[in-house]
Each structure stands twice: as structure tokens, then as C-alpha cells.
Write a protein that binds this ligand. Structure first.
Ligand SMILES: *Cc1c(COP(=O)(O)O)cnc(C)c1O
Length: 396
């Protein structure tokens, strides 16, 4: 059996997105900046895509800027806020230690440039607390950037409450909603969001296209210099086929949001219940406030990488931590930030589901993972050492 359960790393392109993309490649090949009919046709398609994206987020279409990816949107929003803040003598930013590297590495770079960064505690469940944010906000705070939902443990942050608090204090609020867009409801007005990043390939559009929502009235400055595209804010000929595919994919995801969410949550909960029966297994992330498709565990006494390779041989595509950290020997910064010791963080497994996964696939995963974990433990010196002081759960 083959099971793709790594949807937090990337998703398969949907039929709808593929059709929109092929149509654009074959027919809407004009440059939206050209004055002739092909250009006008492309420009109309671009306008329509922008309107669709805006509608899905509760935004206005002039508040949507297309970017090359989610990473670019994150870099752009944070860099702009820092620059605008510095101009007013505000050089303090607030974030969390479990952000994607697109955010964390940008903040690191800003620190080297003299900015100050406060990372809020996220506790064992990977969720920030409003009272911590309240006491962290200062006179010189120019930005709060907190991700909507985490890509490794699935914890969902209280975005509306964070947004309301930021607005009450007059601080800009950005959220990396790359894992949330197309999976959780988003309303930038009701949730008091000033800037929001998303990425097409996390909701069944192709890779290499994203968007930044930036509330009107915020004088965002270009991050990439060049031509006058995106109302002079983001230069570069628009990637129309990808943009049209992304708009079609987001529209489809949003139209089926509740239905998909119920279906995926059911599969997720079944998988979590089954994997929880493995001895010395612990669910990571918030048990309730989590992404609909996110199943994340640590199994003591094993290495996540070995587990992944064995699951791959069994036809199961999963992940250990995030795709960006795999290949390195350091355990995930997210698992360390929620207080897991190194040796436990090393045994992490992430299975991220989408609406096209099936009950049969979940049953298959549940028949494979416990067995593979047991086999790896039988070979593990760490496990052997653990069993010197614990009753061996595998011995009758
Ligand atoms: C995937 C991801 C990103 C990066 O998006 P790209 O389009 O791949 O650059 C940023 N933040 C989160 C939370 C993600 O999951």
C-alpha cells in the first residue's frame, strides 16, 4: 500500500488547480502589463485571481500581493514592520520560538542589525498565553508576529485574541498562516490581522507561489525592486499560471472547509487514538486546538530518521520534525521549545493528512507504525538502558 501522509511539507496539486494552471499556460500566456488583447486578458485573469483570494480571507482585493512563496511573504512583512518601526525609534519585535525558519531566521538577522526580539513562551502544548503577550508589549514594540498554526505539532494559536490585543495596544500584527490557509477559517477583519502570509503548495496549488495580505492604509514598501507590478510593491512579471492555480485551489478549499475539516479530523483522531496505545508514546502539540490533519508524536528510545526510512520502505510517506530540519542531527527547535529533552525529541514522527486520505490508509499506518517502533526499540541501546529501570511493556 502507498500512503502520502506528509501534507504539512507539501500537498498534491488538485485537479482544479491543475486545470486552472494548464489553461493559463496554454491560453492566458500574455504579460498582464502588455496593452494588447493578450495582455488585457492576462490582466483580467490576474484581477479575478486577486478577488478570489481576497474573498476567501475576508479581505479586499487591493490588500492582496502575490509573492514567490510563503517564505518571501514572511520576510517581506517582518522586514517592512522593522524598517517602519525603526523610523519611529521602535526596534522591538515579539514572536514565538516555534515559528517557521522563514520567520525565525529573519528575526535573527534583524537582531544582528540592532533590533531586539522577545520570544514568548509556548508551554507544553505549544500555545502562547495572552497575559505573556500583554506584558511583553512595550512602547517601542513595532511588530507582533505569531504563526496561525504550527507546521510540526499542529498547535493553533488564539489568533483573534492576539490580534485584538495588538490593536488595543496599537502594535502591528502579522501572522504566518501558511499551515492554516485553506484548512482553517480565516477572516482578517474579524481576527484583527494586519498582515498575513500564505503559500499555495500547502493547499493543493503548485510550489513557488504565495501571497501577502497587507491591510489597506499600511504603507508597505517593496521588498523586491524592479517594475511596477503589484501596484509598485512587488516587482517581477506575475506568475499567472501559478497564481490562477493558487486562487482556484484556495477557493475550492474554502468552499469545502467544514466538510474537509470534519473528515480529516475524524481520520486524525483515529490515528492519534491508535498511536497513543504504543508504550512510551507522547502526542506533541495541543490535544484539542490543533490542525485538522496533524498527527505528531514522540516515541521514546528510537530515532525519528530510522522510523521514517522504515515507514518509507512500507510505502508510508511521513516526516520527522519539519522537512527543513530533517537531514540535520539537531532535534527540531519546535520540540525543544515545548520542553522536550533532546533524547525524546529525536524520536519524533509527523503524519499530516488531507481530505484525500482514507480509513484504509489509517488502518494500514496503524498496522505498521507500532510494529516498526517495536523493532527499532529492540535494536536500540537507549531503549535497553530505559528498560533497566522500567518494566518492559513488550514482555508479557
Ligand atoms: C511551508 C511553510 C512556510 C514556507 O512556505 P514556502 O512557500 O515553502 O516558502 C512558512 N511557514 C510555515 C508555517 C510553513 O509551513
Amino acid at each position: 500500500m502507498f500512503v502520502y501522509a506528509d501534507n504539512a511539507a507539501t500537498t498534491a496539486v488538485s485537479k482544479t488547480a491543475l486545470e486552472a494552471m494548464t489553461k493559463a499556460l496554454a491560453e492566458t500566456y500574455g504579460n498582464p502589463s502588455s496593452l494588447h488583447r493578450m495582455g488585457r486578458e492576462a490582466s483580467a485573469a490576474l484581477r479575478q485571481a486577486r478577488e478570489t483570494m481576497a474573498r476567501c480571507l475576508g479581505a479586499q482585493s487591493r490588500e492582496i500581493y502575490f509573492t514567490g512563496c510563503g517564505t518571501e511573504a514572511d520576510n517581506w512583512a517582518i522586514r517592512y514592520a522593522a524598517q517602519a518601526g525603526a523610523a519611529k525609534g521602535k526596534r522591538h519585535l515579539i514572536s514565538t520560538p516555534i515559528e517557521h525558519h522563514a520567520v525565525l531566521h529573519t528575526l535573527e538577522a534583524l537582531k544582528k542589525e540592532g533590533f531586539e526580539v522577545t520570544l514568548l513562551p509556548v508551554y507544553e502544548n505549544g500555545v502562547v498565553r495572552l497575559e505573556d503577550l500583554k506584558s511583553a508589549i512595550r512602547e517601542d514594540t513595532c511588530l507582533v508576529t505569531v504563526m496561525y498554526a504550527n507546521n510540526e505539532i499542529g498547535s493553533v494559536q488564539p489568533i483573534s485574541e492576539i490580534g485584538a490585543l495588538c490593536h488595543e495596544k496599537g502594535v502591528l500584527f502579522h501572522t504566518d498562516a501558511v499551515q492554516a490557509a485553506g484548512h482553517l477559517p480565516i477572516d482578517v477583519v474579524a481576527q484583527h490581522i494586519d498582515m498575513l502570509s500564505l503559500s499555495g503548495h500547502k493547499f493543493h496549488a503548485p510550489k513557488g507561489v504565495g501571497a501577502l495580505y497587507c491591510r489597506k492604509g499600511i504603507p508597505i514598501q517593496p521588498f523586491i525592486q524592479g517594475g511596477g507590478q503589484e501596484r509598485g510593491k512587488r516587482a517581477g512579471t506575475e506568475a499567472l499560471p501559478s497564481i490562477m492555480a493558487m486562487a482556484a485551489a484556495l477557493e475550492e478549499s474554502c468552499a469545502h472547509l467544514e466538510e474537509n475539516r470534519k473528515k480529516v479530523e475524524h481520520l486524525r483522531d483515529k490515528l492519534i487514538a491508535g498511536l497513543s496505545k504504543i508504550p512510551f508514546a507522547r502526542l506533541t502539540g495541543d490535544p484539542v486546538d490543533r490542525l485538522p490533519g496533524m498527527v505528531s508524536f514522540c516515541f521514546e528510545g528510537i530515532e525519528g530518521e530510522s522510523l521514517l526510512l522504515r515507514l518509507d520502505l512500507a510505502g508510508i510517506c511521513a516526516s520527522s520534525g519539519s522537512a527543513c530540519t530533517s537531514g540535520s542531527l539537531d532535534p527540531s527547535h519546535v520540540l525543544l521549545a515545548i520542553g522536550l529533552p533532546h533524547e525524546i525529541a529525536h524520536g519524533s514522527l509527523r503524519l499530516s493528512l488531507c481530505e484525500s486520505n482514507t480509513e484504509e490508509e489509517i488502518d494500514y499506518i496503524l498496522s505498521e507504525v507500532p510494529q516498526v517502533v517495536r523493532t527499532l526499540r529492540e535494536m536500540s541501546p537507549v531503549w535497553a538502558r530505559m528498560m533497566e529501570t522500567n518494566p518492559d511493556p513488550y514482555k508479557e
